[in-house]
Design a protein around this ligand. Structure first.
Ligand SMILES: [Zn+2]
Ligand SMILES: [Zn+2]
Length: 102
C-alpha cells in the first residue's frame, strides 16, 4: 500500500491539488462532493412537496427543504447524522431532521 506524501492535481477538475483519493482516482473534496450529489435523485419534501436541495456535509448527503427547513436522510444516514450533530452543534441548530420514507 502506498500513500501520497505530496499533493497531486485532481483528476476530475485538474485544478485543485489534493492528496485524497476517491474510487481509485485523485479527487479533490469538491469534486467528490459533486460526484456524490450527482448520483442522488431529486427528492420532494414529504411535508409540502417542494423540490429539495442536496447538500453534502462531511460525506453525508442530505436533502434540505427551503420551505419548511426540514432535512431528510436515508435510513442508514441517520445515525451518521446524529453523530455529526453532536460534534457540530452550530450545524444542527434549528434543523428539523426527519427520516426519509422508503
Ligand atoms: Zn477536483
Ligand atoms: Zn418542506
Amino acid at each position: 500500500m502506498s500513500w501520497f506524501n505530496s499533493k497531486n492535481l485532481c483528476s476530475h477538475c485538474n485544478i485543485t491539488k489534493t492528496n485524497q483519493k476517491f474510487e481509485n482516482a485523485i479527487t479533490c473534496p469538491q469534486c467528490e462532493s459533486n460526484i456524490l450529489l450527482a448520483r442522488e435523485g431529486i427528492r420532494m419534501c414529504p411535508v409540502d412537496q417542494t423540490e429539495m436541495t442536496k447538500e453534502n456535509h462531511k460525506g453525508i448527503i442530505l436533502d434540505r427543504c427551503s420551505k419548511c427547513n426540514g432535512v431528510w436522510l436515508d435510513r442508514d444516514e441517520l445515525s451518521s447524522m446524529q453523530e455529526l450533530a453532536i460534534e457540530d452543534s452550530d450545524f444542527a441548530t434549528g434543523m428539523v431532521i426527519g427520516m426519509a420514507i422508503g
